[in-house]
Ligand binder design. Structure first.
Ligand code: DGL
Length: 283
């Protein structure tokens, strides 16, 4: 089988790159839903339907396991799909398929705790010493998934989200670096104003932003640690495959790239980041 990697666009390639590096022999099919990107300003219902359609396309292409390399899809749609759609769909297909997200591995990396861990709620007041900033799409910020799930596990960490409504679209379109840098600086400053200081650590909570991680790093105070979603997701997938031998990741080193948008090459911002030419087939 192949492992499917799904995003609204090119952002998930940041995760895909790390997965390919880590699982060199495994077979991968990447799907970018570029006809419908960006997802970040869409309604919850639309995000659920588009994510489901993307997963179906990847299962039909021969994947048994799909990684949602998209915070917006994972935070808005994943739980709904796992609860209301996947069990019936598995029965229909007659084979074990599953969808994994990117938010759980990120929260594990941010808290230093396994997902199963929930903090013991004690009555005493805990000082929030560790301020964690999350830059994300409006839909991910509105889901409050990072605030809620981190607060359950680490009472000493305070999470502040900064929605960046225009950024994924700009990266998707290959905007010039100076324009991206100005928008990123604006969001870093806006977050610092809201908190009263800069965060101690930050999550780039949209996979598109990883392509401009150096610009975030430059806009944040020197040395601010960034929690890296590609690393966290690759670690989580390795653990998952070990626990679930029924999912065989293949050995043919297949690399297919599908898009619902315009097939062919991606822009240079993406290819530079990827480290070579990329050619997308129609989905
Ligand atoms: N790359 C996606 C994410 O991680 C989606 C961006 C978008 O389509 O708005 O949230």
């Amino acid at each position: 089988m192949s492992i499917g990697v799904f995003d609204s666009g090119v952002g998930g390639l940041t995760v895909h790159r790390r997965l390919v590096d880590r699982f060199a022999k495994a077979d991968f099919i990447y799907l970018a839903d570029q006809a419908n990107a960006p997802y970040g300003g869409r309604s919850g219902e639309e995000i659920v339907e588009l994510t489901k359609a993307g997963c179906v396309r990847l299962f039909e292409a021969g994947c048994d396991l799909v990684v949602l390399a998209c915070n917006t899809a994972a935070s808005v749609a994943l739980r709904r799909l796992q609860q209301t759609w996947l069990p019936g769909y598995r029965r229909e297909l007659g084979r074990p398929v599953n969808v994994l997200g990117i938010v759980v591995p990120t929260i594990e990396a941010a808290t230093g705790l396994p997902w199963e861990h929930e903090a013991e709620r004690r009555g005493d007041k805990v000082e929030k010493l560790d301020i964690l900033g999350v830059f994300s799409t409006p839909a991910t910020a509105a889901s409050r998934v990072y605030e809620i799930e981190i607060d359950k596990r680490r009472q000493d960490v305070a999470v502040f989200s900064e929605p960046c409504p225009e950024l994924a679209r700009m990266i998707e379109a290959g905007a010039p670096r100076d324009e991206l840098a100005a928008v990123i600086e604006g969001h870093v400053k806006a977050l610092a104003r809201r908190i009263g200081r800069h965060p101690d650590r930050a999550i780039l909570g949209c996979t598109h932003y990883e392509i401009t991680a150096d610009l975030f790093q430059a806009a944040l105070p020197a040395g601010t640690p960034l929690i890296r979603q590609p690393d966290a997701t690759a670690d989580a997938l390795a653990r998952y495959l070990e626990r679930h031998p029924e999912f065989d990741a293949g050995t043919g080193a297949v690399r297919r790239f599908l898009t619902t948008g315009r097939p062919g090459a991606q822009h240079s911002l993406v290819e530079t980041f990827w480290g070579g030419p990329l050619s997308f087939e129609p989905a």
